[in-house]
Design a protein around this ligand. Structure first.
Ligand SMILES: Cc1ncc(COP(=O)(O)O)c(C=O)c1O
Length: 377
């Protein structure tokens, strides 16, 4: 436990909550979840499931109806053929990441993780007895790891490489070619490739694609949390190579018995055209917010070194503002009533001179937040 770091953003959230109790109006740019409520058709399906008393466990792998719908989604959206047998429904992408780590890692195994990246991954690797090995990336390279870098980091102990695309906190999107090259390299070294596509669908400048297109050897993780706007329903999935289907099923049986039932019924309408129309509108709103911040933040001293192509985050460089990221976030919270996330949670090398802004508030509030920040920096 001594090696498990707390989520530092929580400190910021705690102070923001204190200020709110004192009557201060705080704008939240620190929260990594969509501001929109779950889309109406999904809520209606959840209510119907409750009214029909669908309140029991399901199979550990999830309802076949949902797994079939996820499979259809890959076919329709990405022209990728994914056998529903390879799909395990999980408790969020968090559940999928943990189960994949436990199914793969033996004590002492190394797992390569991109830095900056989602902080919990290091802890999932540690909890499974593995050692996280960071692959440092830089803005000059679009925050992308390269095959050469991966090749150099691989040792006899390396078991897996985990990449999120789009990435949290940088919003970096890997191209099909880049991931194809990396998949080939991993195959050559016989190490597992895990691609976390939790921000899939939230892509703004290029056509969306899924690592499922790269064949059946890649672990592809996804979630209903972000694009589908269902964070609190705690539902995700993993598409695994065939030989991991049974290990993942056994883990699910033991760890959670089954993923949440009501959420599974609700998620079955997430792929319907009427729902997707709502989600696509929301995606456009995220894009407008991103474009607004890309235009305004540099005038305030927040440098955006590499354009984030997806997710809903901007990882901005703040050297010009002459404070460490923690100090700056505290200052902006106290003086401007705007909560940001210091870089500390996401990176070893870029912690002090970067902050993460989540554009998960509506445009009017975002404009107010920018005005308030401008007034104090
Ligand atoms: C990159 C990444 N992966 C996984 C998760 C876990 O999300 P969930 O468990 O809600 O699906 C998050 C949450 O923010 C994330 O940013």
């Amino acid at each position: 436990m001594a090696q498990i770091e707390p989520f530092h953003v929580m400190e910021m959230m705690r102070r923001a909550a204190e200020l709110e109790t004192q009557g201060r109006d705080i704008l939240h740019l620190e929260v990594g979840e969509p501001d929109f409520a779950t889309a109406e058709p999904i809520i209606a399906a959840g209510i119907s499931a409750l009214q029909a008393a669908e309140t029991h466990y399901t199979l550990a792998r999830g309802r076949i109806q949902l797994r079939q719908k996820i499979s259809n989604w890959y076919q329709q959206r990405y022209h990728a053929s994914v056998d529903p047998e390879r799909i395990q429904v999980t408790v969020g992408a968090s559940g999928a990441l943990q189960m994949v780590c436990w199914s793969l890692i033996n004590p002492g195994d190394e797992v390569l993780l991109v830095d900056p990246g989602y902080p919990c991954n290091q802890n999932f690797v540690r909890l499974a007895g593995g050692t996280p090995v960071l692959l440092p990336t830089s803005a000059s390279n679009g925050w992308k790891c390269t095959p050469e870098q991966i090749d150099a980091a691989i040792t006899s102990k390396t078991r897996a490489l985990l990449i999120a695309s789009p990435n949290n906190p940088t919003g970096t999107v890997m191209s099909r070619q880049q991931l194809t090259d990396i998949a080939r390299l991993c195959e050559g070294h016989k190490i597992a490739l895990i691609v976390d596509e939790i921000y899939g669908g939230l892509i703004y400048d290029q056509a969306d694609f899924s690592a499922c297109e790269l064949g059946s050897e890649v672990f592809v993780i996804n979630s209903f949390s972000k694009y589908f706007g269902m964070t609190g329903w705690r539902l995700g999935w993993v598409v695994s190579p065939e030989r991991f289907v049974r290990p993942l099923e056994k883990l699910a049986q033991n760890l959670v018995i089954s993923p949440p039932t009501i959420s599974q019924f609700a998620a079955e309408v997430a792929f319907e055209p009427a729902t997707i129309a709502i989600l696509e509108q929301r995606r456009q709103q995220f894009q407008q917010r991103r474009d607004y911040l890309l235009k305004t933040l540099p005038n305030l001293g927040f440098k955006i070194e590499s354009c984030p192509g997806g997710a809903f985050y901007i990882f901005a460089e703040i050297t010009q503002l002459q404070r460490s990221s923690n100090d700056l976030c505290q200052h902006i919270l106290e003086q401007a009533g705007v909560a940001l996330t210091p870089g500390l949670d996401f990176s070893r090398d870029h912690a002090d001179n970067h902050v993460r802004l989540a554009y998960t508030i509506d445009m009017a509030d975002l404009k107010t937040a920018v005005q308030r920040i401008a007034a104090v920096v």
